[in-house]
Design a binder for this molecule. Structure first.
Ligand SMILES: Cc1cc2nc3c(=O)[nH]c(=O)nc-3n(C[C@H](O)[C@H](O)[C@H](O)COP(=O)(O)O)c2cc1C
Length: 243
């Protein structure tokens, strides 16, 4: 009995946390995942914030693991951790651990899955098990053609019905044709009319004739950080709810 109790108390050591506000970052297979190291670095600069990352397999193509300053969990960890009945289940431990989940970027594929309740990897299992009284932010990022498909709006409004909060994508001027390499740093961001909150007050530069406007790019990291900061402040106002 004693032994069973000890086993039941098994914890995931990498989830021991000194932070008072725990942010779990979900990252999916969009080129915007190359911003993951910057996003994590800036989150860690917020006072009292601790960060962990959950990645999909495809997202791994876009960032360098060594450049991400915190523990990254993937599907392999989920299945390596669980060997027998008394072992912790990683997606449940992660949803317990996190005060806030921010999926940045949220690609079209994972958007489709989570809006339909599909949970076939670590990230989508965390989302499926999410305590909806806690904030979940999602930052869509996709090719303009994907963005404009009518199913995108339907799926995004579904997520909002669940209480999840969108950090809207932005338009970028593309020099690259309609393939929409919208998230690469050499493209030039221009503000959207309805996104006047973005800290971007420069006049749009004159672009060559082959340039197109590409809606669907992930919000700037600075925008995501400021939304997380708002939730951090809210949690300080009600400390008992963030435990
Ligand atoms: C180079 C490259 C860039 C991609 N960029 C995006 C993107 O920005 N947004 C998107 O929705 N899908 C993008 N995709 C497609 C996704 O990676 C693909 O749908 C994948 O299955 C997503 O898997 P995941 O949601 O499990 O990460 C890209 C694919 C490639 C090869």
């Amino acid at each position: 009995m004693q032994q069973e109790k000890q086993v039941l108390c098994k914890t995931v050591e990498s989830l021991n946390s000194s932070g008072s506000f725990r942010v779990l970052v979900g990252v999916t297979g969009s080129v915007a995942s190359l911003k993951l190291p910057a996003l994590v670095d800036q989150l860690l600069q917020l006072p009292g914030v601790d960060v962990r990352v959950v990645t999909t397999e495809h997202a791994k193509h876009f960032y360098k693991h060594a450049e991400v300053a915190v523990k990254i969990y993937s599907d392999k960890d989920e299945w390596e951790l669980w060997k027998e009945r008394t072992d912790p289940v990683l997606h449940i431990e992660l949803r317990r651990w996190a005060d806030l989940l921010v999926i940045a970027p949220l690609d079209a594929n994972t958007l489709g899955k989570i809006s339909n309740g599909i949970c076939d990897n670590l990230l989508t299992c965390v989302v499926r098990a999410w305590d909806t009284s806690r904030p979940l932010l999602f930052c869509p990022a996709m090719n303009t053609a994907m963005w404009l498909h009518p199913i995108t709006a339907q799926q995004i409004s579904r997520l909002k019905e669940f209480g999840y909060m969108e950090v809207p994508c932005i338009s970028k001027k593309l020099v690259c044709g309609d393939e929409g390499l919208h998230n690469f740093p050499q493209t030039v961001a221009v503000p959207n009319d309805h996104l006047s909150v973005l800290p971007f007050n420069q006049e749009a530069p004159k672009m060559p004739r082959n340039v197109q406007t590409g809606k669907g790019a992930m919000a700037e990291v600075s925008t995501i950080i400021s939304v997380v900061e708002q939730h951090l402040h809210k949690s300080k106002e009600k400390p008992e709810e963030s435990q």
